[in-house]
Ligand binder design. Sequence first.
Ligand code: NAD
Length: 709
Amino acid sequence: MTAFTTTVADGIARLVLDLPHEPINKITRGVREELEQLVEEVARDAAIRAVVLLSGKSDTFIAGADIDEFVALRTRDEAYALVKGGQALINRLPALGKPVVAAIHGACLGGGLEAALACTYRLATEHDKTKIGLPEVQLGIIPAAGGCQRLPRLIGIQAALDIILAGKTLPAKSAFRRGIVDELVHPAVLEREAMRAARQLAGGWRPARPGGGVKAALLEKNPAGRALVFALARKQVRAKTGGHYPAPLTALQAVEHGLRYGVDAGLDFEAASFADLAVGDVSRELVRIFFATTALKKDFGVADAPEPRPVERLGVAGAGFMGAGIGGTAVTQAGVDVRLRDTSLTAVGKGLAAARRIVDDRLKRRRISKYEHRRLTAQLSGGTGWAGFRRADLVIEAVFEDLDVKHAVFRELEAEVGEECILASNTSTIPIERISAVLSRPERVLGMHFFSPVEKMPLLEVIVTGQTSPSATATAVAFGRRMGKTVVVVQDHPGFWVNRILAPYLNEAGRLVAEGVEIEGLDRLMKRFGFPVGPITLLDEIGLDVGLKASSVLHEAFGDRMRPQEGLKAVVAAGRLGRKSGGGFYRYKKGKRRGVDESIYALIGTQPGSATIADADVRDRLLYAMLNEAVRALDEGVVRSPRDGDIAAIFGIGYPPFLGGPLRTLDRAGIPQAVEILRRLTTAYGDRFTPAPRLERMAADGERFYPDD
Ligand code: NAD
């Protein structure tokens, strides 16, 4: 295999990496061996004065190390050997004694950026495809081919930590502003400009680099300032990871160690800690999630999926909270024309303004240009009639959660839209079949269940009935993806997937409070366990009325085990609906939370702190209510696989990623052990914890949800 093509002209060696039979460039064993040899030759050949490193792929420079090689690592020693080899190779670039220029177009990530950082000079194309970053911590590892050493020396400690600790990927412009690349050029002249830079560098010219700016230099050059920078970063990392994700803190130590003891010591630290992390549980789970989401991106949720139909025009019925979010996100992410419809001009105006704020936010974050902002804003329109809906390829309904209102809207829509138009509902609780029952072509009807706030929440549930056509499903999935969502196809069962498994968890939280468990302590416990917020905070965010309505629907469908907590009804009746009404369990002022509203306990009929339930039991009751329900729903075929269920829980609820999802958690706990816990909870707290029959079966047969792991 030859991955590199080399030509030498005018004393400049041009190395073009184009990994055969692969859509992207990545650093494989083969690439490393070949590059090693090439570097050797360049070093020996006195006629070569400089090197330019280019990619032969259209969309990637180097996307990173080969993840398959990484996954195949079995022992710490293997991991250590791999990373030491990579470091040695990359170290050879600056040691060549000849300038090396990286000409970057397309993804330059992880090991790809670490190689580029070891070059003398970096040019990048000003192009959407050019993305520069160190995403390692997102896979539970750290940049270990010199990234934790070279980046802070190039752009300053604070700026480097900002990227490394969050695993950030930046657009080319932003990488240039931060000093990671030296020059931005148009793609058409990348090679020419790289050759020019190589000639200049060979002639002795050196770029002047600010090295993180004056402020950074002042702060970071003195030991006390530096210690302060690290202390602050450490505090932030601790707060963010809750101690569950070791990689960011380790990366911080690798940076600190290298600055204190020198690059070589820093590299040793990187290698040793990479080896520990690479074979650790957290990294393994994060890598699995990465593979699962990658696989989901190619999965349309139906067997032999037909080609999705193009969507250029989107209609949104209902310009309320969700309708505006859907419209604004669709226009910014997918660039489609969006038409909002509501019953009054005031509602339309409010919806359009909210949708525009999403477009504005993209501009503020410099993700789009002023020109694009103007264009996207102009693609948003609205009215009180159905004008514009005739040409829509897809309509998403987001009117009140009321079957009669939805029926009326869909009937009107059916008379209005074209033959090919797909009709979707954003309902959170109404079965899609009950909506489509009154329509003449139910095969084009499905659910597109977005989560709030739409522009931020990464999950979309596409709900299909027994009648939904594969073409409608594939089109909705493809469009959801264009909106930037991870899409999971689920069956039309009450609560779909996410609300189905969330409801028993939230009910149990309500029950615990009613039994006298103190609210803040309860939330703290589950946050410490790894959820982004505690269950009571989550209830306040969702809205107590909305939560009660959803759990009532599930109660009706599944009976006693889903019975909502009685006290919640009294709270809703008192008008305390959560954050949106200024108070629920907690008090809110100007959008900020102000502690528990103690009067809630009397309203529910309990006293805080009166319970003597051990923390471990509180945690198990909450967690196993969710896990057990997940098994029941999986058994009913609500999701097609444990993978889909786990990913939807992580992206829809914020289920702790380091645990891999609810079903994966059960595998890790051991199915027989999980059944034991549920039996114990049943005896102590009631029949709602009766182990799901499938779980009992699996325990008896020694099965797992993921038999291959
Ligand atoms: P909302 O009250 O903010 O918005 C509903 C809008 O629909 C209002 O502006 C109303 O004027 C409009 N409307 C009513 N009848 C209409 C008609 N005939 N034609 C056009 N517009 C009409 O409600 P929301 O929170 O945006 O919820 C909308 C839907 O989304 C509901 O089905 C809800 O269950 C679902 N949903 C909500 C959330 C959430 O967190 N709020 C999350 C997921 C799904």
